[in-house]
Design a binder for this molecule. Structure first.
Ligand SMILES: Nc1ncnc2c1ncn2[C@@H]1O[C@H](COP(=O)(O)OP(=O)(O)OP(=O)(O)O)[C@@H](O)[C@H]1O
Ligand SMILES: [Mg+2]
Length: 436
């Protein structure tokens, strides 16, 4: 058979959110993205659906994505303690050193279940959804063995984690263990890189800096770096397009690590533990699980508006049941706890909100950023910019002075140029590889 598969369905199983896309082998360029699902969060744009799973107290699949979250949220708090809600669970597979089929995952309520079952429930959900959509798009009847499945995994995953994903796919009925070639485990950054190669010239130029003449033109010299900053992992790939065949050559070994944006969420949780006590937070999660989910959603929306240059505080509403539960638990108010904690960077607003100052926000992001810089971005030297005091035409007293520095990667050397964005004048820039 020339084309043993009629359709290729790829699942991007993310730490925070997941999605899928498919294309028919007779027209591989026409990529059908997952239909937008219902639901969504205030203040957050979503193309994918949250990687959230809800199981009943009898460990049966209940729902996935926004539906899982919303259903869980609407459960009676007493009842919710018996249900199993999972989110942000993917990285457990990477962090567990002795991963087996028996490795367990803990639901928000504290109940445990085999990780392989959690993954296969999620994959089964995608299988059903994707196949339904494929069938809607296809005129001919589709047999199960005509589908090739692809699941992307982080490049830093070791062999056991990859095999774990494969076993979960078998359990989910994506493919049978008798036809392993029907499932491809692909690397996330490589998939991203192939996508970038497919981007049309003008799209890439739009993203790149104008002074750089060396845009992606499809010439053999085209090299590009893809930085995939996800919830769980950050991966960097450096590829070159080889002509005329158009294949990709890996210029540097892919570098990455478990330093994704979930680290910021964990730092927020740690900050709450510092203020209100770890025992309280644990108990709150177990006893008021829906309110905990609310709090994480509120934080997510605010997290996305944080920027390094921000000068005012970010408000995060504490759910009423947090305030109430704390009062019962400790016999004092949330406000008192904040005052006693000596966390000067977090304030209390009388409207029931935590006010995170820019310093507090920086503190939450810093460990993750430091990890990325330390482990992923390789230091190669230092750039010096020679800035004249005030350039003619600059706005006097302007708080920010934006200098845009551009690096050009050549065969043997890297060049740097810099421009003052206000005056459009070139600034003297030098790069020294000998200083570190
Ligand atoms: N504007 C933003 N500022 C800060 N963080 C953001 C912003 N937008 C998204 N994020 C964070 O990025 C993460 C989601 O990214 P993405 O969807 O790429 O991850 P993922 O595919 O689920 O994870 P992975 O690929 O690592 O398994 C979330 O942690 C989210 O909070
Ligand atoms: Mg991802």
């Amino acid at each position: 058979m020339d084309h043993p598969f009629t359709v290729v369905v790829a699942i991007d199983f993310g730490t925070t959110s997941s999605g899928y896309a498919f294309s028919f082998t007779q027209d591989p360029e026409a990529i059908h993205m997952m239909r937008r699902w219902e639901g969504g969060d205030p203040g957050v744009a979503n193309q994918k659906s949250p990687t959230s799973l809800l199981l009943t107290p009898e460990l049966k699949f209940h729902s996935f994505g926004f539906a899982a979250r919303d259903n869980y949220h609407d459960l009676d708090p007493e009842e919710a303690q018996h249900w199993l809600y999972f989110d942000k669970f993917k990285m457990k597979i990477h962090s567990t050193t002795d991963l087996t089929m028996e490795t367990e995952l803990e639901a928000v309520s504290g109940r445990k279940v085999r990780a392989i079952d959690v993954f296969s429930h999620a994959l089964r959900f995608f299988r059903v959804h994707a196949l339904k959509e494929v069938k809607d798009q296809s005129s001919s009847l589709l047999e199960g063995d005509e589908v090739r499945w692809v699941i992307t995994v982080p490049a830093v995953w070791r062999q056991p984690a990859k095999q774990f994903m494969r076993e979960a796919a078998y359990l989910a009925g994506l493919v049978s263990p008798d036809t392993p070639e029907q499932l491809l485990i692909a690397l996330e950054p490589e998939a991203a890189s192939i996508y970038c190669r497919k981007l049309r010239l003008h799209q890439v130029i739009d993203l790149s800096l104008r002074p750089m003449t060396n845009g992606l033109t499809g010439e053999s010299s085209d090299r590009y770096i893809v930085a995939d900053c996800g919830g769980g992992t950050v991966d960097l790939t450096v590829h070159q397009i080889e002509q005329p065949q158009g294949t990709l050559k890996e210029l540097y070994k892919v570098s990455g690590g478990p330093y994704g944006a979930v680290g910021v969420d964990l730092a927020f949780e740690a900050m709450l533990c510092k203020i209100f006590g770890e025992d309280f937070i644990e108990s709150f999660k177990a006893k008021r699980p829906a309110a905990w989910v609310d709090l994480t959603i509120a934080f997510e929306a605010r997290k996305r508006t944080a920027t390094p240059g921000r000068s005012n505080a970010l408000n995060i509403s504490l759910p009423f049941s947090f305030i109430d539960f704390y009062k019962r638990y400790r016999g004092q108010s949330v406000e008192t706890a904040l005052r006693k904690s000596n966390m000067n960077i977090v304030k209390w607003s009388s409207q029931g909100m935590l006010r995170l100052t820019p310093e507090a926000m920086n503190e939450l992001f810093q460990p993750t950023i430091n990890n990325i810089i330390k482990h992923i971005v390789r230091k190669c030297g230092a750039i010096t910019l020679d800035l004249p005091e005030a350039l003619p035409g600059a706005v006097a007293g302007a708080e920010r002075r934006e200098i845009r520095a551009t690096m050009q990667f050549g065969d043997t050397e890297i060049k740097v140029t810099a421009v003052d964005m206000v005056t459009n004048q070139t600034v003297r820039a030098a790069i020294d590889f000998l200083s570190n």
